[in-house]
Design a protein around this ligand. Sequence first.
Ligand SMILES: Cc1cc2nc3c(=O)[nH]c(=O)nc-3n(C[C@H](O)[C@H](O)[C@H](O)COP(=O)(O)O)c2cc1C
Ligand code: SF4
Ligand code: SF4
Length: 455
Amino acid sequence: MADLSVNFCGIKAPNPFWLASAPPTDKAYNVVRAYREGWGGVVWKTLGEDGPPVVNVSGPRYGAIHAQDRRVFGFNNIELITDRPLELNLNEIKQVKRDWPDRALVVSLMVPCTEDAWKAILARVEETDADGIELNFGCPHGMSERGMGAAVGQVPEYVEMVTRWCKQYSRMPVIVKLTPNVSDIRAPAAAAKRGGADAVSLINTINSLMGVDIETMTPKPATGGFATHGGYCGPAVRPIALNMVSEIARSPATHGLPMSGIGGIETWKDAMEYIALGCGTVQVCTAAMVYGFKIVKEMISGLEDYMDRKGYEHVSDMVGLAVPKMTDWQNLNLDYVVKAKIDQDSCIKCGRCHIACEDTSHQAISTMKDGERYFEVRDEDCVGCNLCAVVCPVEGCITLDPLPEGTVDPRSGFEVKGHRTWLEHPNNPMAQSPRGPAGAYHGTKHVEKQVEPAE
Ligand SMILES: Cc1cc2nc3c(=O)[nH]c(=O)nc-3n(C[C@H](O)[C@H](O)[C@H](O)COP(=O)(O)O)c2cc1C
Ligand code: SF4
Ligand code: SF4
């Protein structure tokens, strides 16, 4: 039977499913109800320094991109850190930790970038017996204009400096939450590690503007006729987050640094993808806001079933298993050839694959047979690009099947054999070990199409 419990840089939890620092973890009422449903841990909504509470807008603070079935695909917010008094939050954190000792309770923090400010808040958080702290270096709106959040996370030197203060003035594990609003995520991740971070979590939200009401010429969401940029999250950002996670996992400077994966997680499968790329835990915000706390039940049972089916005992057995399969483009096998294949039994003859291939790919799908609509791939034209399978409305109707080694690719006329990368390709002037004349190679054969003459 699968054991879902985790020990994430010294923080124990019954499962890897945690709620990210955001409205779902804003107060004891929410956190206790989330624990009851089964969440293994939470990162409390970001606390700021003592003083007058933060003020949020009272206009709409959220915006969304919906799929055609009204599912929320992308989500945006202009909310700030907690607007509740510090003392109230700390008292609740202490009580909740006492009542739920087996669940992870991490406190997210964001204070001005001075040693004294960090020292002061760390002492207060220590007293709550929380399991750890997460440094919010990610919030891209509002707080960043006050020199906090992403304004710190975008400068590796600041990330390192503040992380070092936190390690110096606190006994608690330090998780550094990274902003994706940088050109290379490896730089702040390496800085966090240099500063002594026990782990990093990523991603926080992506800078975004949700749209424009073109009747009133006002960007959205607007408060009193004016709008501002916000933080983007939800399923739409998952591919961006996964890539950043994999970059940190692969980089020699940060390889092995514990990671908590965040961004667009809705199901156990989404979570498992983060685990496969090196994350020891995952965090969820948008899906909990859209579907409620109960989604964790499916996450737990789904992951258990998967682990039992695959024979994994512990979550830690699966961390990073997909990382060795990530590589740079230049290392891909250019001798590998696939052809699209249409399953005639499931094809509904809509023609979308033909239009896509005809207009923007390689004109490889015919439309008629014996006077009837019939969609079929011509192997002699297909480059295996996958566009037809992407646009086909019937899942699984188009597959990309590899040509077996030793067969002749009807497109190029060359035999499929071996394994050559760009580094070895004869067309590469910098090739380290060219094995044939330039151009005499299926990957480079160019077939010109005839354009019909204008009438
Ligand atoms: C309304 C809202 C408020 C948020 N507030 C915080 C915050 O206070 N501190 C923080 O570190 N991240 C905050 N986040 C970011 C989330 O913790 C998370 O990193 C991000 O939403 C990506 O995860 P998701 O795609 O599951 O939503 C907030 C996100 C949303 C949507
Ligand atoms: S894989 Fe690409 S080239 Fe081949 S049929 Fe599909 S769209 Fe056309
Ligand atoms: S897009 Fe799919 S369903 Fe439509 S014709 Fe092509 S293969 Fe058939």
